[in-house]
Design a protein around this ligand. Structure first.
Ligand code: KG4
Ligand code: ZN
Length: 325
């Protein structure tokens, strides 16, 4: 079994996964959303302190598995360095005391594996990654070959939901509240679709965010209509540019991962695209869209089987990623 730890942002989570049949034997997550909500975003120092309380609390429950562990895996790259350190310190302590090797899992690769929890992995895989920090289309030919085909030039998809929610005083995280509010709204505002007339294959959300800011200041529309119209433009932009990528790199298998992959309107639009372009589409279970240790554990199995371990002194928190596998 592998014990895996996730602490890259505001979720403390530990999982235990069986190496042979990939079954999830134990899984727990303590989310800090409520504590950060009043600040309108994640406060790194507070997050770090809360991990320090939550991770040992979850680890207590894992004690019965200790004697069966073959490795300890931990999330890294990208994340908040102060919170990554909490998981890394725990992983190092477990590795030392239980005399088992360490596995470092790139957090974004972890999100990709969220669709393969308790399953065999499928490659080649085109990845639409939409989280709070990233908006990317990636091509993964195998577990250790990943190519970035498109990324954002400014804000990320999920971040734009967070910022619009903040402007509307709806708290954090913004994605779920905006999505819920949008269900009561109509498409009464035609926000400009970012980079619509540009041949560039890239994402950009800061212009749309500013258009929303101006609309809110005008006080002429309901929050529901603003939420619907913003969500429509944000998804339309994501789909327009993703289609351009897919025309150049026709996909066989597509997965949509990251916290914002939970968005139902986005899933419906991607389903339409999958019929049009005839690809298979994979989504994680809703509970595994946001940060969790189960996806880290699943990614760690493939690294374990490849013998990809990291020596203790080399394991350091990395807040940004280059996909240098
Ligand atoms: O992957 P994640 O849990 O954390 C990061 O690694 O960033 O993603 C969190 C992001 C937040 O920006 C949140 O607002 C967004 O995902 N999100 C959503 C939805 N649920 C979460 N965005 C749009 N629609 C949703 N339903
Ligand atoms: Zn994440």
């Amino acid at each position: 079994m592998i014990l895996s730890i996730e602490s890259s942002c505001d979720d403390s989570s530990i999982a235990i996964t069986s190496i042979e049949d990939k079954k999830l034997l134990f899984y727990k997550k303590i989310s800090q959303e409520l504590e950060h909500s009043k600040y309108g975003g994640v406060v790194p120092e507070l997050a770090s302190r809360l991990h320090l309380e939550a991770l040992p609390e979850i680890l207590e429950e894992c004690k019965p598995y200790f004697s069966s562990l073959k490795a300890v895996a931990v999330t890294n790259e990208p994340g908040l360095s102060v919170t990554l350190n909490e998981g890394i310190m725990m992983a190092k302590a477990l590795s030392l005391s239980l005399k088992i090797p360490l596995i470092e899992v790139n957090h974004l690769i972890g999100h990709i594996y969220s669709v393969f929890i308790e399953k065999e992995a499928i490659f080649p895989l085109s990845v639409i990654l939409v989280s709070g920090g990233h908006t990317k289309v990636l091509l993964m030919d195998s577990p250790d070959s990943i190519k970035e085909l498109a990324t954002t030039t400014d804000d990320s998809f999920g971040e734009s939901f967070d910022k619009v929610a903040k402007m509307l005083d709806l708290g954090y995280p913004g994605g779920p509240v905006i999505e819920k509010l949008a269900q009561k709204g109509e498409h009464s505002i035609k926000f400009p679709i970012p980079l619509q007339n540009s041949p560039r294959i890239a994402f950009s959300y800061s212009g749309l965010k500013n258009a929303v800011r101006l609309k809110i200041a005008q006080k002429s529309s309901s929050a529901e209509d603003i939420a619907y119209s913003f969500q429509y433009a944000a998804i339309k932009h994501l789909l327009q540019k993703t289609q351009k990528v897919f025309k150049l790199n026709p996909p066989q298998n597509v997965c949509v991962v990251g916290g914002a992959g939970a968005n139902q309107m986005l899933r419906e639009e991607i389903n339409k695209l999958s019929s049009q372009y005839e690809f298979n589409v994979y989504y994680p279970l809703l509970k595994f869209c946001s940060d969790n240790a189960a996806m880290i554990g699943r990614a760690a199995i493939d690294k374990y089987l490849n013998g990809s371990f990291i020596e203790m002194p080399k394991l350091k928190a990395k807040s940004s990623t280059q996909f240098s596998l």
